[in-house]
Design a protein around this ligand. Structure first.
Ligand code: SF4
Ligand code: SF4
Length: 439
C-alpha cells in the first residue's frame, strides 16, 4: 500500500518540466536584503550606511524569540538601510549592498571554489560531528536558517521542542506543488549533503529516527537519497503517494507515522518534527562549512520557453528580474507554486530564503464565477476535514465568530477546495480573510 494521508487531496497536473541540473546564477552587483525573510520579528540591522561588509557577514540580528539572523550575500558597501516594497507587495526594511568590480570578482571566485568542495564527497563529513544538540541549535540560529519549503519558520525555534521529546524527524522531500523542482534538483545533485544535514537536524531535535519522505513521482531523487542514506543508522527513505498536499506537515506526519495532529495542536504534539530537504542542506552547510544561509536553489518555470525552465542557485537579495526568463504576454508571476504561492507584484524585489520558485503564467480569459450548487466537491477534497463552502460564506458575510467555531484556524490554505469547485468560486480567498479576521 502506498503511504498517504486519508482525508481529501487532489491530483493537479504536475507540469514539472524544468531541467534538474542546478545552474549557478551570477552574483549581482547590488543586492536588496530584507531583514524579514522569516516568520516572526524582523531582524535588527547590525550594519549601517557606509559600512564595508564581507560576503556571509551578519547584517541583521534575530530580534526576539521567533526571529532569524540575516547575512550579507555579497561583499561590498552598505548603500542604505531603508524601507522597500517586497515581491508580494508588502513593505519591509531592507539592507542595500553594492559591490565593486574587485569584491565581485573575489566573491565569484570564492563561490566557485566553495561549490566545487560541496560536490566533493570526501569533504565535509559530519557523521561524527561532536556538537551537542544545544550547540547545533545555536549554529543553526547563527546561520539564520528558516524553513525553506515555504513556511520560513526559524529552524532553531522549531527544534527547541520544550517538554515534548520527539522520537521521529521527518525530512520533507515531497515537493507536492505542481511546477516546482528545486527540492528534486537538490536531492538528485546533492543527496549526500541533504542526508548529512538530515542527521544533524535529527540530533539537534533529539530524535532517534529520521524518515526522509519523497513523492513517488521522483524516482531519481528517491534512488539517489536511498544510496546516500544507506550507511546512516536510524535513517530511512520512504516513497509516499503523489497527492496534493502530501507535503503539508500534518498530512505528511499522518502518511508516514499514522499519527494525527489534533485540531488546534502543533505537529510536535505527535512527537514528530518536520523539516524540508533544502533546510537540511542549509544545516549541513552551516555545520560543515560555517556558511550562513545566503543562497538557495529556485525553480524558474511556467509559460516560458522550455530551455528557460531551470533551477538556479541564487544569492538571496538578487532581484527576481535578473533571473533569465522571457516574460509571457499578460504575465502573472507567482512566488512558489500555483497552489500555495503568492502573487509577485514587484519583479525588481529580491529572492529571499523562502523563495522556492518563480512561476510565470500567461493569464487566459477571466473565469466566470457561478453560484454554489452545493455539490460538496470542496468538502470531499479538504485534507483537514473542513467545510470550505461554509467557511467561505462566513468570510464573505464577515461572520468571524462563526468561522472560528467552524475551525477556520485549521485551514492550511492548500487551495484544494478552490481547485475542485466547478463554480470557480474564490473559496480560499474568503477563507483567508475569515482566518485572519477571526484570530
Ligand atoms: S484551503 Fe483550507 S478549507 Fe480549502 S481544502 Fe485546503 S485546508 Fe481545506
Ligand atoms: S465545490 Fe463549489 S459549488 Fe461545490 S459545494 Fe463547494 S463551493 Fe459550492
Amino acid at each position: 500500500m502506498r503511504l498517504t494521508f486519508k482525508k481529501g487531496g487532489i491530483h493537479p497536473a504536475e507540469n514539472k518540466t524544468a531541467s534538474t541540473r542546478i545552474e549557478m546564477q551570477p552574483l549581482p552587483m547590488t543586492v536588496c536584503v530584507p531583514l524579514s525573510q522569516h516568520i516572526g520579528a524582523p531582524a535588527e540591522p547590525t550594519a549601517r550606511r557606509g559600512d564595508k561588509v564581507e560576503r556571509g557577514q551578519l547584517i541583521g540580528r534575530a530580534a526576539g524569540t521567533v526571529s532569524a539572523n540575516v547575512h550579507a550575500p555579497i561583499s561590498g558597501t552598505v548603500a542604505s538601510v531603508d524601507n522597500a516594497v517586497l515581491a508580494d507587495g508588502r513593505p519591509g526594511r531592507v539592507v542595500i549592498i553594492k559591490a565593486d568590480e574587485e569584491s565581485h570578482a573575489a566573491d565569484t571566485a570564492a563561490r566557485e571554489e566553495y561549490w566545487k568542495k560541496v560536490a566533493d564527497s570526501s569533504f565535509g563529513d559530519t557523521s561524527n560531528d561532536p556538537h551537542t544538540p544545544e550547540e547545533l541549535r545555536d549554529m543553526i540560529l547563527g546561520a539564520g536558517i528558516s524553513g525553506m519549503g515555504g513556511a520560513t519558520f526559524p529552524t532553531h525555534v522549531k527544534l527547541k521542542t520544550g517538554a515534548v521529546k520527539p522520537d521521529i524527524m521527518i525530512i520533507n522531500g515531497c515537493e507536492c506543488e505542481p511546477y516546482l523542482m528545486c527540492d528534486d534538483a537538490l536531492m538528485r545533485n546533492y543527496a549526500l549533503r541533504v542526508v548529512q544535514g538530515s542527521q544533524l537536524l535529527a540530533r539537534a531535535a533529539g530524535a532517534e529516527k529520521t524518515i526522509i519522505a519523497i513523492e513517488d513521482n521522483k524516482p531519481e531523487a528517491i534512488d539517489a537519497m536511498r544510496k546516500a542514506a544507506a550507511a546512516f543508522d536510524g535513517m530511512e527513505v520512504v516513497a509516499v503517494k503523489t497527492k496534493y498536499p502530501q507535503g503539508g506537515e500534518k498530512q505528511l506526519i499522518a502518511a508516514v507515522t499514522g499519527r494525527y495532529v489534533a485540531s488546534g495542536a502543533l505537529p510536535i504534539s505527535t512527537g514528530v518534527v518536520v523539516d524540508n530537504v533544502a533546510t537540511a542542506f542549509a544545516v549541513w552547510q552551516a555545520v560543515a562549512t560555517s556558511t550562513p544561509l545566503i543562497e538557495r536553489v529556485i525553480t524558474v518555470t511556467g509559460d516560458i520557453p522550455a530551455p528557460e525552465r531551470k533551477n538556479y542557485l541564487t544569492a538571496t537579495g538578487t532581484p527576481l528580474s535578473e533571473l533569465p526568463f522571457t516574460l509571457p504576454e499578460n504575465a502573472k508571476a507567482i512566488l512558489g507554486g500555483p497552489m500555495m504561492g503568492r502573487c509577485a507584484v514587484n519583479l525588481d524585489a529580491p529572492v529571499t530564503k523562502g523563495t522556492s520558485g518563480l512561476l510565470l503564467k500567461s493569464t487566459g480569459a477571466k473565469r466566470t464565477v457561478y453560484p454554489c450548487i452545493r455539490c460538496g466537491a470542496c468538502v470531499d477534497v479538504c485534507p483537514m476535514g473542513l467545510e470550505p463552502y461554509l467557511l467561505a460564506t462566513y468570510g464573505r458575510l464577515h461572520r468571524w465568530d462563526d468561522a472560528r467555531q467552524a475551525d477556520v484556524a485549521d485551514c492550511l490554505e492548500c487551495g484544494s477546495c478552490s481547485y475542485a469547485c466547478p463554480s470557480n468560486r474564490p473559496i480560499l480567498d474568503f477563507i483567508r480573510i475569515a482566518k485572519k479576521r477571526s484570530r
